[in-house]
Design a protein around this ligand. Sequence first.
Ligand SMILES: Nc1ncnc2c1ncn2[C@@H]1O[C@H](COP(=O)(O)OP(=O)(O)O)[C@@H](O)[C@H]1O
Ligand SMILES: [Mg+2]
Length: 416
Amino acid sequence: MSEPWNLDRPGRKLATTGTHRAATLEETWRRLGPALAACGVTRVCDVTGLDLIGIPVATAYRPNARSLSVSQGKGVSREASRVSAAMEAVEHAHAEVIDRPLRLARPAELGAAALDPRRLPRTADGVLDEVTPLLWIDGVDVRTGEPRAVPYEAVSLDFTLPPALTGHGLSRDSNGLAGGNSALEALVHALCELIERDAAALWDLRDGLTQAEARIDPSTLTDPETARLLERYDRAGVEAALFDITSDLGVPAVLCHIVEAEPDPFRPLPAATGLGCHPHPAIAVQRALTEAAQSRLITVSGARDDITRERYAETTDLDGIGELRDALRESLPYARPFEAAGADHELLGDDLDWLLDRLAGAGLDQVIAVELTRASLGVPVVKVLVPGLEGAGALTGEPTLPGPRALALGPETADA
Ligand SMILES: Nc1ncnc2c1ncn2[C@@H]1O[C@H](COP(=O)(O)OP(=O)(O)O)[C@@H](O)[C@H]1O
Ligand SMILES: [Mg+2]
């Protein structure tokens, strides 16, 4: 395979707890230092103690952001959670201010030199046709190393841009955006995120029985790190319901709903959801468990720009919490061991090849990466697009159009 840029293969993993990484947390944190200031991060703080669960969650603040000014991070240790929050802030800053050449062209003018924007996640508004020009930025086909232009609005997170530049109805979010210790590591992380959101979007369209039958029996999750996370929920009186949402791609993907067993009527704590996806099944489970704790803290801490007043009210409504808890309990009799096979590689390069193979197996043979790394900061950041995968719209509540994979699930899903 020819490489689009120096991917630092083979990519030996130096950290494998909770996530697989090419450097230790101490080294990553040290390297992030100068980038944090340059990206406008004023504070990274530990907010774990605002909740009762104890799974580490950190928050990074970027007051002058052009998208979210607050980033959250999670992990199996405090050090992991602060790196995750800080890296998310840095990754967003890179996607907000992109100093690469852009060009204005109609899709038809670029032909095969561009990715087909109609196969990207789309919103219900905006004009996307053969004659309306849009802005393009250069990307690289990860498999072939060939250049491929991609729509700038699917990459940029600058929400201060005038609508004329971005109003073509392509989803604008951070799905597939990742930073890391190397471009290879960031690429693997970005692909896992894209595959996770696709799996979640398809899962959303499944009927109740199919969903119940995907319930994972937690007593079969014997990995010590996973057991520790489950124990945290247990001690906090929180029920954690895990579901195997692995799609036809076969990359282990897990959804975790958490809900209080006996909510305090004077201080009901919100129900929340987390997702995880990784070649290694145990890491997928752990990521879903840590992300659910992070989601609950996002609501508890009240710091995020994109959580509305209605959403706060909804997640702490006592009746709603009770109903969700009862519904989750109903799926318990279906619980079974988590059997997604996945893969356990020593090298990030093997993770990448394996993920590319899984995608190709489902006919998703275009994987386009836009490198956003700024040489002056030296933190690898990449935005990856895989035309054909479902987007994160169902998760964000944005009105989106079903893509080809959602439509293929059956006619009843067409207007879901
Ligand atoms: N240990 C780590 N070393 C380097 N980068 C990390 C590490 N942990 C997380 N990141 C990066 O931090 C960002 C947020 O990651 P993560 O917390 O896993 O959240 P997400 O669910 O958005 O993927 C991503 O860019 C990810 O690659
Ligand atoms: Mg992310």
